[in-house]
Ligand binder design. Structure first.
Ligand SMILES: Cc1cc2nc3c(=O)[nH]c(=O)nc-3n(C[C@H](O)[C@H](O)[C@H](O)COP(=O)(O)OP(=O)(O)OC[C@H]3O[C@@H](n4cnc5c(N)ncnc54)[C@H](O)[C@@H]3O)c2cc1C
Length: 359
């Protein structure tokens, strides 16, 4: 069987690994000179969003992907304009991204038996007739939009860079303040004790606005760090349906698998990549294999919609509630899947209200 994969990010590489596991050797095209991100950063995966299963165990057991994080997240500091909450526990993992041998892309690539065709930008329209299947794992929405299956759900700019300073490798820091991040957030993730990635996510903004807000963020939070590079990228969450059109399968960000709430997408890119490969290899319907992932995206969207209308006062109130000992214990030190339970309840209330209004 002839299979092409467009993009050697987490989705494309994971898809290739699953195909190889089934004895199929795909051709992976990558426009860059090597697989994955060109700049170093660190991706957080929070256990809160994958409950009741630990994300690493889930990847190993259900997706046959064995990944090693650089650190376990043991500490989460969250700050709103007037409140601060610190949470302790086994909260998730930090994964390196970029060219480092320990990065996610390097780990996945090292397991691949076949290579990647680098420096090769391809469009599916040029190749789909040559292959039995083409997996679009390009990390963007261009090809999904051309097929008419993409709608943008949450468009943001992510501005940030590597900063030098003193960092706790087990700590994730998040700032919530509408004056610089509007309804999104800023965050600090360590790459090692003296190097971290500081980022600000700004929804619905131009490059100029994102830069202005980045300046404001530094001024308001008085960061003691030295910034050594600047990264500014479009970070879009979208809704995609269907995920397969003819012999084209869409995975990762291109398949709408970037969570709208926080813009996280590494885990869902890997999972959707594996499932695309599994669908091709086993003949199962891709859409059927995606049921759980699509459900996860739905819950994330409900959370996003809840946060889209918050102001700083509401953020402070949320933080106060999160800081209550009982609440903290319930959310962070149990294995209860409160995100799914909570967002499902919100969705039900919304549906009920809509029905009442439409009567
Ligand atoms: C700064 C930053 C911080 C992030 N932090 C987190 C985080 O903390 N947690 C988290 O879960 N997620 C995070 N994300 C999101 C996460 O990185 C993405 O969701 C994930 O990388 C998506 O994987 P993908 O394979 O779909 O796409 P990508 O990783 O974008 O990979 C797509 C690949 O396809 C290649 N490509 C594109 N077009 C073509 C073409 N026409 N021909 C050939 N090759 C092509 C690209 O060069 C790229 O290598 C972050 C992203 C950024 C940028």
């Amino acid at each position: 069987m002839k299979v092409a994969i467009i993009g050697a990010g987490p989705a494309g590489l994971s898809c290739a690994l699953e195909l190889e596991r089934h004895g199929i050797s795909p051709v992976v095209f990558e426009q860059r000179h090597r697989p994955g991100e060109l700049f170093d950063h660190c991706a957080a995966v929070l256990e809160l969003f994958t409950r009741p299963i630990d994300p690493l165990k889930d990847l190993r057991k259900n997706y046959f992907i064995d990944l090693h994080p650089i650190y376990t997240i043991k500490l989460l500091d969250m700050k709103s304009p007037a409140e601060k909450v610190t949470v302790r526990g086994n909260l998730g993992y930090f994964f390196l991204r970029g060219g480092d041998p320990n990065s996610v892309e390097s780990q996945l690539y090292s397991k691949l038996q076949g290579g990647v065709v680098t420096n090769k930008k391809v469009n599916y329209t040029d190749i789909y007739q040559e292959y039995d299947y083409v997996v679009v794992a390009s990390g963007g929405f261009d090809m999904s939009r051309t097929e008419g299956i993409w709608s943008t759900v949450y468009a943001t700019k992510l501005i940030g860079g590597t900063v030098i300073g003193e960092f706790n490798p087990a700590k994730l820091f998040m700032w919530l303040d509408t004056r610089y991040s509007k309804t999104a957030y800023a965050y600090l993730v360590p790459m090692e004790k003296k190097r971290a990635f500081l980022g600000l996510v700004v929804p619905d903004s131009t490059l100029e606005e994102a830069r202005e807000r980045w300046k404001k963020f530094w001024e308001m939070e008085h960061h003691p760090y030295e910034q050594v590079n600047e990264v500014i990228v479009e970070h879009n969450a979208g809704f995609v349906y269907p995920h397969q059109v003819g012999n084209l399968l869409f995975a990762g960000v291109a398949g709408g698998f970037q969570e709208p709430f926080l813009g996280f997408g590494m885990l869902s890119a890997i999972k959707s990549g594996v499932l695309a490969g599994r669908a091709i290899a086993t003949g199962k319907r891709y859409e059927d294999l995606l049921v759980q992932l699509k459900e996860d995206m739905k819950h994330s969207l409900i959370l996003r919609e809840m946060f889209n209308s918050v102001d700083n006062k509401a953020l402070d109130n949320i933080m106060k509630v999160l800081g209550l000992p009982g609440v903290k214990q319930f959310i962070y030190n149990t294995n209860i899947d409160f995100i799914r339970i909570g967002t499902a309840a919100v969705a039900q209330v919304k549906n009920a209200l809509t029905k009442i209004r439409n009567r």
